[in-house]
Design a protein around this ligand. Structure first.
Ligand code: F6R
Length: 611
């Protein structure tokens, strides 16, 4: 959510910033802007819309070795040029980009207005730059910045330049991710590694409350108590190739096609434990809490969006195979209500980005209550990964498409591994866990079979693209997939879709059904198949169209439904992997059939770092 990039070094900053913005555009794309320090003055360009609009406004020969840039996802104030970042102070000596929300901005704005500051935008961000200007009247720039961030309530990732110190770049973080790429004679600040990896793989993670003062010769980082802190430099293993489309028309399609590998990578070196009696240790990330895991009596999963639906699938798995009572809660609800978690509860955060504000805060709340905190996270080194007691990385590789796809398959895989781990500590026999692990290993090939048949789904997507409403229905393991399928088509195709437990349909949603309101049934051959069929009969009786996902070989279903997509046979607990891929492809093809930019759906942004 909002992309930040800043450069200081010996090269011209503009191409680095522009390239960084293009790589970060998936985080927000309402407007964009760049500021460069030029001969002790700051020059700023801003544009509404995509980074390409900004590019048209700047002469590529503009020079400067220090600069900041931003791609915005609007929170306060509509997407417009005046609300685009960077924002400047009255004297045009300071330029600043911001990710996050300043909660006390109205109060600060009033105070600063009384002191004569003039505001030109509706953003919360602009108060920060005026606040620094005000404080810098009597202090050094560093002192003013330190004091300013102390006065801010809310969250921020900030990158700042000032014409008074033209050879410096400053940044500060609280609640919004910010990392520093350490190159040879140059430094790049960014809200995520994809803007940095083509320049350097050496990364320093800024922690909450820290301020960095960077010059071409080095950097100093100060903690919240204003003490200089030594920082570890990490090596990220993210390649430039991984953040490119590699021949696919969209990142979303590339990432759907990476689902088989996402599952393989999640299982690699981990699933073996369950295949032979003297198999390896439990997943490395959980070793440090192995004994504590044995003592937990309950799991609470906290997550948002697609990760929440993976969590819901996890509930079915964990309760069936480990016997541990499991609840799943939207992270945004968890933190604001009285809950009953204690030291016998494991609170499990699921997050692709590892930066989702609601999920992060839920974990912090759980820690305060003494719970064991666990993470299933894709982005290595992200805040949730660092703040949980233990966890398992997904290793799905970077997910750039705004709609989550391969991360979902990966999260499901890790949830199965976690279930087997906890199950073996409790009631699951070796032969049961071996049988499940063996079937799990077959999932990537089965997803590949669905991908080979993509044209069937593409044709159906074209046939159904004109419908403006859908019900997605499924029971048991297929219920979370109904929710996920409905979310995906909503996001990508701007089609109204509701996901329901199929048994709930007759309690209300059935009122919507007619020939113009189709249903997408997830109906693999499983223990609830007959019940799902009853739901289909009810839809048919009301002239509703049905598109169904069914298990290969189920010819009979054709008598009832209008169209069917077949998935390979799999154990009931794992059919969700397969039907999820079908719903992802269907949403993708409906979105592209309607001519939408599926990688950047309107109003959305990757990595939601505000509440
Ligand atoms: C849906 C989607 C979002 C995310 C949600 C959580 O396609 O991408 O619903 O799943 O914002 O994000 P993470 O997993 O990064 O915490």
């Amino acid at each position: 959510m909002c992309g930040i990039v800043g450069y200081i070094g010996k090269r011209n900053a503009l191409p680095v910033l522009m390239d960084g913005l293009k790589r970060l555009e998936y985080r927000g794309y309402d407007s964009a802007g760049i500021s460069l320090v030029q001969k002790k003055r700051i020059k700023t360009w801003r544009a509404v819309g995509r980074v390409s609009e900004l590019e048209k406004k700047i002469n590529i020969e503009e020079m400067g070795n220090v600069g900041i840039a931003h791609t915005r996802w609007a929170t306060h104030g509509e997407p417009s040029e005046k609300n685009a970042h960077p924002h400047s102070d009255c004297g045009k000596n300071i330029s600043l980009v911001h990710n996050g929300i300043i909660e006390n901005y109205a109060e600060l704005k009033k105070l600063l207005s009384k002191k004569g500051h003039r505001f030109s935008s509706e953003t919360d961000t602009e108060v920060v730059v005026h606040l620094i200007e005000e404080l810098a009247k009597k202090k050094t720039f560093m002192e003013a910045l330190t004091e300013a961030v102390r006065l801010l309530e809310g969250t921020y990732g900030l990158a700042i330049i000032t014409s008074k110190e033209p050879g410096k770049l400053y940044c500060a973080r609280k609640g919004s991710p910010l990392i520093l790429g350490v190159g040879t004679d140059e430094f790049i600040v960014a809200s995520d590694a994809s803007a940095i990896v083509s320049h350097t793989k050496k990364i320093v993670y800024l922690e909450d409350g820290e301020i960095a003062e960077i010059s071409p010769d080095g950097f100093n980082i100060f903690n919240a108590k204003n003490h200089k802190t030594a920082k570890q430099i990490f090596e990220v293993n993210l390649t430039d190739e991984q953040v490119k489309k590699q021949g696919f028309p969209h990142f979303m399609l590339k990432e759907i096609f990476q689902q088989p590998d996402a599952v393989r990578n999640a299982l690699r070196g981990r699933v073996e434990k369950f295949l032979s009696e003297d198999g390896g240790p439990i997943p490395g990330g959980l070793l440090c809490v192995e004994k504590r895991l044995k003592k937990i009596r309950r799991i609470v999963i906290v997550a948002c969006g697609t990760s929440y639906y993976a969590g819901l699938a996890g509930k079915y798995l964990l309760e069936e195979f480990s016997g541990l009572p499991t609840e799943v809660e939207s992270a945004s609800e968890f933190r604001y209500r009285k809950n009953t978690i204690d030291e016998h509860t494991a609170v499990l955060a699921i997050s692709q980005s590892g930066e989702t504000a609601d999920t992060l805060e839920a974990i912090r709340e759980a820690k305060l209550k003494g719970a064991l905190t666990l993470g299933i996270v894709n982005t290595v080194g992200s805040t949730i990964a660092r703040e949980t007691d233990a966890g398992i990385y997904c290793h799905a590789g970077p997910e750039i498409g705004v709609a989550s796809t391969k991360a979902f398959s990966s999260q499901l895989s890790i949830l199965v591994l976690l279930t087997l781990t906890l199950g073996r500590q409790r009631r699951l026999s070796f032969s049961e866990s071996k049988a499940l692990a063996t079937e799990l290993q077959k999932i990537p090939e089965k997803i590949e079979a669905i991908l080979r048949d993509k044209n069937t789904i593409k044709k159906l997507a074209k046939k159904y693209a004109h419908f403006s409403d859908w019900l997605y229905l499924g029971r048991k393991y297929s219920f979370p997939i109904a929710l996920e399928g409905a979310l995906k088509i909503k996001e990508i195709s701007y089609v109204h879709a509701e996901g329901y437990a199929a048994g709930e349909m007759k309690h209300g949603p059935i009122a919507l059904i007619d020939e113009k309101f189709p249903s997408f049934f997830i109906a693999p051959t499983d223990s609830v198949y007959e019940k799902t069929m009853s739901g289909m009969q009810e839809v048919k009786a009301r002239k509703g169209k049905i598109l169904a996902v069914a298990t290969a070989g189920n010819k009979k279903i054709k008598d009832l439904v209008d169209d069917v997509v077949y998935i390979p046979a799999a154990p009931e607990a794992f059919s969700s992997f397969l039907s999820a891929t079908v719903t992802h492809l269907f949403a993708y093809y409906v979105g592209t059939a309607k001519g939408y930019d599926v990688d950047r759906p309107r109003n959305l942004a990757k990595s939601v770092t505000v509440e």
